[in-house]
Each structure stands twice: as structure tokens, then as C-alpha cells.
Write a protein that binds this ligand. Structure first.
Ligand SMILES: Cc1cc2nc3c(=O)[nH]c(=O)nc-3n(C[C@H](O)[C@H](O)[C@H](O)COP(=O)(O)O)c2cc1C
Length: 312
């Protein structure tokens, strides 16, 4: 039995020791969790989204709990990509692949950061965050096919052959459109879900509970059926590998995502409930694969069938 997952994309073979990776923000910049859990066995780690300058977080409340998930509105809170590389990357454990998720205010900024990531040996893949341009109030590039192609093309041109991943923007979008334009742009992998838009009000103070604009990104256990169906749509619309995300809280959830067609999965808010969540998840996944007689995740990928009832 092996938890290794392998795919072919952009003319190369890409493997992970297992399909489990941290989602941007799920474990901060990863280094904060290195004494809380064994990160060495993960398939890949992704620090919180990085920008080209240190962030200046707003004074608004950043986070709140919802009934079946969480609402997050961290904004530009992180250190810059350069500072991450200089100060935090050297503290990361060996083992998992390192993917950096990049947020940018302009296309030029995105390409500049991608070039820095490409020349940094420890970084294995570059993830373009499609919430772009970030924080400028302009319409998202992804809604204009030419702009989306230029955004991805600018990163591919400087990526030095490293795989380039696009991560879904928040909210709803047409999966068919995204697949068509991103694949024409030469993207290597796609993450099918980021978050839905969410808000919550404290009725006693009549105040939105978080976010500079009164809301943020909603994710967590409650969105799993929606996020799983988005992964299924993505697996059918894209011919490149797709990475699932959204509501994953158990080894059973991971198997569901693989059966629906995911190459790998990103884990976000489950890490907030227990910092050693992903370490435990890998133990549970191995046990579950044995119980279900699954020898290889690559063999079961996308094999979920539709249930039929006898209508007579
Ligand atoms: C505390 C926290 C901060 C996050 N920050 C970011 C971020 O900066 N950029 C981003 O693309 N996603 C961010 N996310 C969303 C995750 O990357 C991921 O898309 C989402 O958490 C997946 O759903 P799940 O939490 O149900 O696993 C954050 C998630 C959490 C829990």
C-alpha cells in the first residue's frame, strides 16, 4: 500500500509522498507549527499567501466562528515573499514539497514574485492566487480572458520550469470558462475551491463580526458538499491535475475527494481545531486505505459511480 500520488503535467512527472498539503493560511507560515506537529511527512506545505511587501493589516476583527465553519478576513497580513525566504523558509522541515501562494496588486508584481520564487531552490511550485489584483478594488483579472491569460503567461515565462498552479478565487465562477482559459494559458494544476463569501452579525451590538468590509471568506466543515461538487466539476472540465479543497476534516473526506477526481487536497481550517490535525490525518488515511483495501490512490482517482435505484 502506498499513499504516494503521481501526475503528469506540463511535460513532466510530479509526485508527492501523499496527497495531503496545508492550505494557504491553514497553518500560518508553516514554521509556527513545526514544534506542534510532525510536518516532515506531509505531501506539501503552503505558507499563508505572500505578497511583494510586508502587509499592513487593518484594525478590523480578522476572524470569527460560524455554525458550520469559519469566516476569515485577514487581508494583507503577512510578511513579504523575500522576508519569508530569508527569515522563515530556512526553519522549515525537510521532506514536504514547498509551494508558495502569491497574491499581487498588479500583473507585474505577480511576475516579479514568481521570478523570485523560481530562482529559490527550496520552492518547488508557484501558486497564483486568482484573488487578483488584490486589495485595489479593480475588477478581478480572471473575469477578462485576455487579462487572465496575460497574468498566467507572465508567471509561466519566468517560472524556470517549476509547475505553476492557479488557486480558485473566492465566491462563484464558471468552472468551464476557467478551465478553457487557464488551460490555453498553459497552467499546470488548478485548486478548485478557495472560499465562499460570508458574514455574521452580533445582534446585541448590531455589528458585523469580522472584516474591514463587514465580511470575509467562509469555509469549514459546512461547505464540504459544495466544495466537493466543485472539485468534481473541475476534474471533468480540466484535463490537467486538480487539487481539492474545502471542508476536509477526516481521512474519509480525503478518500471522497480522490474518488471525485482530486490529485491531492489542501487542508485549511481543520488545523485550527487541533494543530496536529494533518499528522493524525495521515495515520487515519493509512488505516482507512488498509480497511478499504486501497493499494494506491492513483488507481481509485475519479472512479466514484452514480448510484442507481431499481425504479420498478
Ligand atoms: C486562518 C486562515 C487563513 C486563510 N488565509 C488565506 C489566504 O491568505 N489566502 C488564501 O488563498 N486562502 C486562505 N485561506 C483559505 C484556505 O487556503 C483554504 O482555501 C480553505 O481554508 C479551505 O477550506 P477548509 O478550511 O474548509 O479546509 C485561509 C484559511 C484559514 C483557515
Amino acid at each position: 500500500m502506498s499513499m504516494q500520488v503521481t501526475c503528469h503535467t506540463g511535460g513532466r512527472t510530479f509526485s508527492l509522498a501523499n496527497p495531503v498539503m496545508s492550505a494557504p493560511g491553514g497553518v500560518g507560515n508553516v514554521v509556527e507549527f513545526r514544534h506542534l506537529t510532525d510536518l516532515t511527512k506531509l505531501g506539501a506545505v503552503i505558507p499563508n499567501s505572500l505578497m511583494n511587501q510586508d502587509g499592513a493589516p487593518s484594525a478590523a476583527t480578522k476572524f470569527c466562528c460560524a455554525d458550520a465553519g469559519f469566516i476569515s478576513a485577514y487581508g494583507a497580513n503577512n510578511i513579504s515573499l523575500q522576508n519569508f525566504i530569508d527569515e522563515q523558509m530556512p526553519l522549515l522541515p525537510d521532506g514536504p514539497k514547498l509551494i508558495v501562494d502569491l497574491k499581487a496588486r498588479t500583473m507585474a508584481e505577480m511576475a516579479e514574485m514568481a521570478a523570485l520564487a523560481a530562482k529559490t531552490k527550496r520552492i518547488d511550485c508557484i501558486e497564483i492566487n486568482l484573488i487578483c489584483p488584490y486589495g485595489t478594488g479593480e475588477p478581478a483579472y480572471y473575469s477578462d480572458p485576455d487579462k487572465l491569460k496575460r497574468l498566467v503567461g507572465g508567471v509561466k515565462d519566468v517560472s524556470g520550469g517549476k509547475p505553476v498552479i492557479a488557486k480558485a478565487p473566492g465566491g462563484d465562477f464558471s468552472m468551464r470558462y476557467m478551465a478553457e482559459v487557464l488551460q490555453e494559458s498553459g497552467i499546470d494544476m488548478f485548486v478548485s475551491f478557495n472560499c465562499l463569501n460570508g458574514c455574521s452579525i452580533d445582534i446585541r451590538t448590531r455589528t458585523y463580526r469580522c472584516g474591514a468590509g463587514g465580511g470575509g471568506g467562509f469555509f469549514g466543515a459546512g461547505i464540504k458538499p459544495y466544495a466537493l461538487s466543485r472539485l468534481r466539476e473541475a476534474a471533468s472540465a480540466f484535463s490537467i491535475p486538480v487539487i481539492g479543497a474545502g471542508g476536509i476534516n477526516s481521512a474519509e473526506d480525503v478518500i471522497e475527494y480522490i474518488l471525485a477526481g482530486a490529485f491531492a487536497v489542501q487542508i485549511g481550517s481543520a488545523n485550527l481545531k487541533r494543530p496536529d490535525f494533518m499528522e493524525k490525518l495521515l495515520v487515519d488515511l493509512e488505516k482507512l486505505m488498509n480497511e478499504l483495501d486501497i493499494h494506491s490512490l492513483d488507481e481509485i482517482r475519479g472512479t466514484a459511480k452514480v448510484a442507481h435505484v431499481d425504479a420498478r
